[in-house]
Design a protein around this ligand. Structure first.
Ligand code: PGA
Length: 251
């Protein structure tokens, strides 16, 4: 039985004091929830303050990006070791906004996965097609390439530790959610791909979460699909009440 995994991707939102306020409230509201891995991914500047608050709680901490080198002359970048030092357990890799605005490719995704795993962190690896690709019926082809190139050289033992997030680009921040059936179709494809390229056991264990306009009203329908194991939530994770409702509605 795969445990639900719900992560809030705060994107470029919240000052340190706003982050602290949100996490304090979230902590109180979800204290009794044991059946979900709850994670928040604040901006870099708020990580260490949030880490102090969530230590010994049922909330995990993730970063939204990382660089693959350990240390050195890479102005503006943050290494896996530094994220670990700040209290992170997870890192989002290959989000479509990073692919679109910052030149992230399947090749850099692979480098980041490897670096993050050698530092003992778990990657949340995002895949997903654009509207254009979906309309041209290229969804499966695009996802397959993202998996094949992004996970190339990742061995069985390392794959178990990865969370895959299927995020159709056309559903992110647009209010347009994939229907549970549309999302399930792709999640099932991803699980099948893992079975074929790794093993049946790994495909049963790995968590594949959905992202793209998830909110409390659609969370249950999405997460009751057999291959959807949680959510990566943007907008609805920015207010404690909304995020808590979403989590509770997913149970
Ligand atoms: P959204 O963002 O929930 O605001 O659509 C999801 C994401 O980009 O991870």
């Amino acid at each position: 039985m795969r445990k639900l995994f719900i992560a809030g991707n705060w994107k470029m939102n919240k000052t340190i004091s706003e982050a602290v306020e949100l996490v304090n409230s979230l902590k109180r509201e979800v204290v009794d929830i044991e059946s979900v891995d709850i994670v928040v991914c604040p901006v870099f500047t708020a990580l260490s303050e949030v880490a102090d608050l969530v230590i010994d709680s049922n909330i995990g901490l993730g970063a939204q990006n990382v660089y693959w080198e350990e240390v050195g002359a890479f102005t503006g970048e943050v290494s896996p070791k530094m994220l670990k030092d700040a209290g992170c357990k997870y890192v989002i890799i290959g989000h479509s906004e990073r692919r679109k605005y910052f030149g992230e490719t399947n090749e850099t995704v692979l480098k980041k996965i490897k670096a993050v795993q050698s530092a003992g962190l778990s990657p949340i690896v995002c895949v997903g097609e654009t509207l254009d690709e979906r309309e041209q019926k290229k969804t499966i082809e695009v996802i397959e390439k993202q998996l094949k190139d992004g996970l190339k050289e990742i061995k069985d033992d390392n794959l178990e530790d990865i969370i895959i997030a299927y995020e159709p680009v056309w559903a992110i921040g647009t209010g347009k959610t994939a229907t549970p059936e549309q999302a399930e179709e792709i999640h099932k494809f991803i699980r099948g791909w893992i079975k074929e390229n790794y093993s049946s056991d790994i495909s049963e264990e790995i968590r594949i979460i959905y992202g793209g306009s998830v909110k409390s009203s659609n969370a249950k329908d999405l997460m009751s699909q057999p291959d959807i194991d949680g959510a990566l939530v943007g907008g609805a994770s920015l207010e404690s009440q909304l995020f808590v409702e979403l989590i509770k509605n997913s149970l």
